[in-house]
Design a protein around this ligand. Sequence first.
Ligand code: FAD
Length: 395
Amino acid sequence: MACERSTQHDVIVIGGGPAGLAFARSLADSGLRIAIVERQPHDALADPAFDGREIALTHRSADILQKLGVWDRIDAAEIAPLRKAVVLNGSSPFALSFGGEREGADRLGHLVPNHLIRRALFQSIDGQTGLSLITGQAVTEVRTDADGAMVRLSDGTVLTGALLVAADSRFSDVRGRLGIGAEINRLGRSMMVVRVAHEGEHGGVATEWFEHGHTMAMLPLNGALSSAVLTLPAGEMDRLMRLDEAALGQELTRRYQARLGDMRVVSSPHVYPLATTYSHRFVTRRAALIGDAAVGMHPVTAHGFNFGLQGQATLAGLIAQAVAKGGDIAAPALLSRYEWTHRLATKPLYSATNLIVGLYTDERLPQRIVRHAALRAAARLPLLRGGVTRLLMQH
Ligand SMILES: Cc1cc2nc3c(=O)[nH]c(=O)nc-3n(C[C@H](O)[C@H](O)[C@H](O)COP(=O)(O)OP(=O)(O)OC[C@H]3O[C@@H](n4cnc5c(N)ncnc54)[C@H](O)[C@@H]3O)c2cc1C
């Protein structure tokens, strides 16, 4: 008869993505025994491949990463300043802009390649005292009760702990196993991200351009380089993915109306099907959801990981307080405090983003008129513009 292996921890984190790794790092000084379970192999975590995502980080997120000792592990030459953001609507010459108007701040935020954030996070937890990293394993069973949490892995190992934390993406399997439902909006569109070199200067300005039939953003990287972000109906995206590099460059140049001159593809393109998710609850008995497992934002407002960082910091802070007082790290009052703090921080922007995305991808005439009017109205409301800029900068 096979002998079942059982290991005891304080916190079991499922998912070694950016949110799970940041959370484990945040608890480094807590003295808690932490296990991270990640289904990808160890090497994919230690040295993640380029995935096309250039993550716009707020100042607050950069501060969190700095405090965690992660920021300085990212090559400074790979961090690009995001000085201003401009929203354009179709062929209208009118542009709504954010940033570039506050004194003392040279940038709205930073653009950092996702794989470098993940690599730096991995390096920061590698060898952390009390941390067990279990890779290449699937979760086959999850249970929590008043006394603790139990996780069974595909190789039969059983992990037990006081608290279970799900950080296993917006389609979180653990969330379902815990009996927590979620709002899931599958948008029927896909987003392509690819690096392009171009003749023109971007000036550190990110452009979001809502054109008939597609949405295109250009995110400024260091040098004459940008990340082209193209959103299309899923079927049309398949055609683009079959183009060779030269033809894809021409297609992107044409779609962007050569605003930055000729564009040449300089990285592999990556496609992400778009879906937004919001969990009905962020906690249940002895369990909490963090990162995309709690809130899966649309990438257009560039806040998914920013919220993920903020949420894990909130939960880790509450746990550290409980440890200091010798209290229960999964007490119902602690978990519900995390829940409402994070809900309050995320729900307004989540709802507003979904509304904007709906308005800007609906090609019926009344919606096109409304969005034109909405952009002009927003420009006339400096308080609103200032509010959005502050939200983006999060000083
Ligand atoms: C194109 C694009 C652009 C984006 N741009 C921005 C931006 O500019 N700014 C921003 O803030 N955010 C941005 N985001 C969002 C950001 O990438 C996500 O919010 C972030 O990756 C979420 O991290 P996470 O750790 O919660 O989840 P994930 O990154 O999805 O990681 C989940 C991890 O869990 C593992 N896993 C899953 N299931 C299991 C299981 N059952 N058992 C074990 N392990 C499991 C996975 O292998 C993975 O490693 C963007 C997203 C996309 C797609």
